[in-house]
Ligand binder design. Structure first.
Ligand code: SAM
Length: 291
């Protein structure tokens, strides 16, 4: 059976039976069985002979193995302890993989990257557990870690939202965050039949190339924090015109918000989904002055 690839359903069933492993829906355990997907994620995600790769969620190690074949070193964080004996077996041939049994949201990534990848260019590659897509992306982006790019599989609907342009109907607070911290790109779609067990939705692989600088107009952590509170408030009631959600979310009088909007040339009838990144920054800076 070991002659079959890790993406083969027969091999997955055999491993699951021998190790008494049951797929956990609540941990988002849908493993890849389409053999063409992992090599593409590894190659398009930056795994190369001098690079370090952080993987989130190994499953049986199908992507981990592809990453380890190409990268100098792979650190993989997996929450499910019952996968450890499986990985001992499936990744036995590699000496450049370290598995960390933890919740990715609990890991001190700044220290981990420094300890494990000193001097290497670092990339993140993963088939993400979909139930925590946004928290994981925020965890990776907002700390301004030394990561060049994040290449991840997410639900197709989430991919569309994450890669939507600003000032479009699909955009939301997470779209803003992605555009603020990175240059997003939708790489390719993956059908639901590419997984075992098959989920109810299709997926897509996206790549976020991280920016090293704050955008123009945002000079420090305080104005960045306030900007994100403005964006959160603005999208909390996206159908309403901006003075309403901003007034309740930021505890500011509506009249002052309308005056600030007019001062920077945004109509008070505008909704969150109509604003560009630059307009959000200008609005935030104007509101911060009157706060
Ligand atoms: N990489 C494998 C593949 O492509 O077949 C598995 C991908 S599966 C969609 C997601 C994986 O993330 C599972 O192995 C699951 O146990 C793991 N996982 C779920 N929540 C996690 C968390 N908070 N931290 C780390 N790993 C997690």
């Amino acid at each position: 059976m070991t002659d079959k690839p890790l993406s083969s359903p027969a091999r997955i069933k055999d491993i699951a039976t021998r190790h008494g492993f049951t797929f956990s829906k609540s941990l988002g355990q849908n493993f890849l069985i389409n053999p063409s997907v992992c090599p593409r994620i590894a190659e398009m995600g930056g795994a190369a002979k001098d690079t370090g790769v952080l993987e989130i969620g190994t499953g049986f190690g199908v992507l981990t193995a592809e990453l380890a074949q190409r990268a100098k070193k792979v650190i993989a964080v997996e929450i499910d302890k019952s996968l450890l004996p499986v990985l001992d077996e499936t990744l036995a041939e590699f000496d450049n993989i370290k598995i960390i049994n933890n919740d990715i949201l609990e890991v001190d990534l700044a220290s981990l990257l420094k300890e494990e990848f000193d001097g290497m260019e670092v990339f993140v590659c993963a088939n993400l557990p979909y139930y925590i897509t946004s928290p994981i992306l925020m965890h990776l982006m907002e700390q301004r870690l030394p990561i060049s790019a994040i290449t991840v599989m997410v639900q197709k609907e989430a991919a569309d939202r994450l890669c939507a342009p600003m000032a479009s109907r699909d955009c939301s607070a997470i779209t803003f965050a992605v555009r603020y911290y990175s240059e997003p790109k939708l790489l390719f779609n993956v059908s639901r039949g590419s997984f075992m067990p098959a989920p109810n939705v299709d997926s897509a692989v996206i790549r976020l190339d991280l920016k090293s600088e704050r955008p123009e107009g945002i000079h420090d952590e305080k104005s960045e924090k306030f900007l994100f509170s403005v964006v959160k408030a603005a999208f909390s009631q996206r159908r309403k015109t901006l003075p309403n959600p901003l007034s309740s979310g930021l505890c500011l009088p509506k009249a002052k918000i309308i005056a600030a909007m007019e001062q920077i040339g945004i109509a008070p009838t505008a909704r969150a989904e109509a604003l560009t990144m630059e307009q959000f920054i200008a609005l935030s800076n104007a509101l911060q002055e009157i706060k």
